[in-house]
Ligand binder design. Structure first.
Ligand code: AMP
Length: 303
């Protein structure tokens, strides 16, 4: 079963304490789509400019990602640059150039209307709504968001919560969004706004997941070196969405399936941060995912 992914497709410039790299493939949809592609077919909806390097499109295609929903417009691709603090946990955005994204309205090819899992990657909430407006209600809709939309797009983000099944955001965003300092209270406040589930990411400390009757905590895989955390959240969300789409036929969405999906998301994110941009994902083999998942399960066993 295909998963539909929408979000930004970018050229990123990244600085860490030890290195700086310019014009790397980036964007929330790029990371999420490549991550999901390890579990099954992916449909990508987004826009790039005429300056977007053809080898990135070849890479998407080599991962079996359907590009019928990708628009190539005259002009420049969305560009983002950011700088990480020494601890790699906090990041400052240095610049955002919307370019072709400025007037973009996502268009869903008719063939995408039967997508049963939809991942609304980090993008303006208006555009996330616009995607949902174009197709019948999918089985499971995940939305990712960021501090920018909490600041400048709050009313549309609140409206979106009534249309989705799961919201993914990080701990500082959850606190800012709800005004609660306790993450447990923040999660319950978000659930009261509509989604059945919420996943709150805690960077190197993993993720906590809340549903009507469940709580699940997923660790982050212990890594001694983090090279570049860019896209970790999107890779996580893509892994969750891809795993759900691939296994939905089993018994529908069950708590067990959600737990397995969250651990797969965490596994995918752990690979992504091991190298700059897409370097690690470019080399990633399916067997490595299975090995790391098995190690994760072993690490989490007790009693
Ligand atoms: P993450 O590290 O998971 O927060 O994702 C980083 C990615 O988000 C980068 O590759 C950026 O290109 C992309 N990004 C940054 N700001 C925005 C924005 N305002 N809208 C959409 N994507 C963004």
């Amino acid at each position: 079963m295909s998963v539909l992914v929408v979000g930004s497709i970018a050229l990123d410039s990244i600085k860490t304490a030890t290195a700086a790299r310019a014009d790397l493939l980036g964007g929330s949809a790029s990371y999420a789509a490549v991550s999901a592609s390890y579990f099954g077919p992916v449909r990508l909806v987004g826009i790039v400019g005429s300056d977007f390097p053809a080898h990135h499109l070849d890479y998407f295609q080599s991962r079996g990602i359907d590009l019928a929903g990708l628009e190539i417009a005259e002009g420049k691709t969305f560009r983002w640059s950011g700088e990480y603090a020494q601890d790699m946990n906090s990041r400052e955005t240095l610049s955002v150039d919307l370019n072709v994204f400025a007037d973009y309205l996502p268009k869903l090819p008719t063939a995408y209307h039967d997508s049963r899992v939809v991942l609304l990657g980090n993008i303006a909430p208006e555009l996330q709504h616009h995607v949902l407006d174009q197709a019948p209600r999918p089985d499971f809709v995940i939305a990712d968001t960021m501090d920018l939309w909490i600041e400048i797009g709050r009313p549309k983000l609140v409206e979106l919560l009534a249309r989705i099944d799961c919201l993914i955001l990080n701990d500082s965003e959850a606190r800012r969004f709800t005004g609660e300092s306790s993450l447990i209270k923040a999660a319950h406040a978000i659930l009261a706004m509509g989604p059945r589930y919420v996943a709150i990411k805690k960077g190197e400390h993993g993720c906590i997941f809340f549903g009507p009757d469940e709580f699940f905590s997923v660790g982050a895989f212990p890594l001694a070196e983090v090279e570049d955390p860019t896209g970790a959240g999107d890779t996580f969300a893509g892994g969750v969405a891809g795993y759900l789409a691939h296994n939905l036929g089993r018994d529908g969405i069950t708590p067990e399936l959600l737990r397995e999906a969250l651990v797969h998301g965490s596994v995918m994110a752990s690979f992504n941060v091991e190298a700059f941009g897409f370097e690690r994902l470019l080399a990633l083999q399916a067997a490595e995912i299975a090995d790391r998942y098995a190690a994760f399960v072993k690490m989490s066993r007790f009693g």
